[in-house]
Design a protein around this ligand. Structure first.
Ligand SMILES: [Zn+2]
Length: 230
C-alpha cells in the first residue's frame, strides 16, 4: 500500500511514460505511446483463427472453434517486456490496455459473438500476493472494447508446481484436476471466450475449456495475450 501511495505521488510530479520506450505520454495516450502501439509484435491469428500454431497445439486436447493470439512471444522482445511488467511489476493497466486494443481489432474483423469472457484463474493465494489476475485484466480490456461482460466462472483449486521443467504429458497431468466452475449451470448454452495471458503447451487452456464444455457451454473460443514458443 505504501508503494501505491508513493507511485500516485510520483505520477503527480512526473508525467506518465510509455511502458516500453519510456517516452512521456500525451494526454490521449494510455500506457503505451502511439509508436510502440503501432509497432507491437502482432501475431495476426485473428486472420486465421481456425488454423494456426495454437489451434494445432490443442488439437486432441479439447474441441474449440476459434483460437486468437494478440502478440507473438519473443524472448527479450517487446511482448516479454510487456508481460513481465504485467505479471511482476504491479502494472495491471497494461493488461487492460492491450485487451482494449485487441478487442478493437477483433471487432473490426467481425468477432464479437460471445455471451461472456472468462479468464483462466490464478490460485487465490497467488492472486492475493500479486493483487490481481493478469489474465482477468486482459479480459477486462477485451470486454470493454467488445462490450461483453467478464465472468469469473472458473476457479483454481490446487497450486501447480512450476511447469517449466515438465514434459508435455506431465504438464497435462499436472493441471487435470486443478480447475472447476463455481456456478456451472450458468454456463449452459453460453458462447464463451476463454482468456489467458500466454499459451505455451495449451495444457491449462484446454483443461479450462473442457470444464466449460462439461457445463454444456455452446461454444468455447480461446484468446491469449501472447502466443508462447515451446
Ligand atoms: Zn513507446
Amino acid at each position: 500500500m505504501r508503494f501505491r501511495i508513493f507511485e500516485d505521488f510520483l505520477s503527480l510530479v512526473f508525467p506518465k511514460t510509455c511502458c516500453l520506450c519510456k517516452r512521456s505520454l500525451f494526454d490521449f495516450e494510455n500506457v503505451l505511446c502511439r509508436w510502440c502501439t503501432a509497432n507491437l509484435p502482432v501475431a495476426n491469428y485473428h486472420l486465421r483463427p481456425q488454423y494456426n500454431d495454437l489451434s494445432v497445439k490443442i488439437t486432441g486436447l479439447t474441441k474449440t472453434n476459434l483460437v486468437f493470439a494478440f502478440l507473438r512471444f519473443t524472448k527479450k522482445g517487446e511482448s516479454q517486456k510487456l508481460l513481465h511488467q504485467l505479471k511482476y511489476r504491479n502494472r495491471p493497466e497494461i493488461g487492460v490496455e492491450l485487451g482494449k486494443i485487441y478487442g478493437q481489432i477483433l471487432l473490426q474483423h467481425g468477432f464479437q459473438d460471445w455471451d461472456q469472457i472468462t479468464p483462466v484463474p490464478l490460485h487465490p493465494a497467488k492472486q492475493k500476493r500479486r493483487g490481481y489476475n493478469q489474465s482477468e485484466q486482459f479480459a477486462i480490456g477485451l470486454g470493454q472494447s467488445l462490450e461483453i461482460p467478464v465472468r469469473n466462472d472458473l476457479e483454481r483449486i490446487h497450486f501447480t508446481e512450476t511447469q517449466t521443467k515438465k514434459s508435455r504429458l506431465q504438464r497435462l497431468d499436472n493441471v487435470a484436476d486443478v480447475f472447476r466452475t463455481k456456478d456451472g449451470h450458468r454456463l449452459k448454452g453460453k458462447r464463451v471466450l476463454l482468456v489467458d495471458d500466454v499459451m505455451t503447451t495449451g495444457a491449462t487452456l484446454s483443461t479450462c475449456a473442457n470444464v466449460l464444455w462439461n457445463c454444456e457451454a455452446e461454444t468455447v473460443d480461446l484468446a491469449v495475450l501472447a502466443a508462447g514458443k515451446n
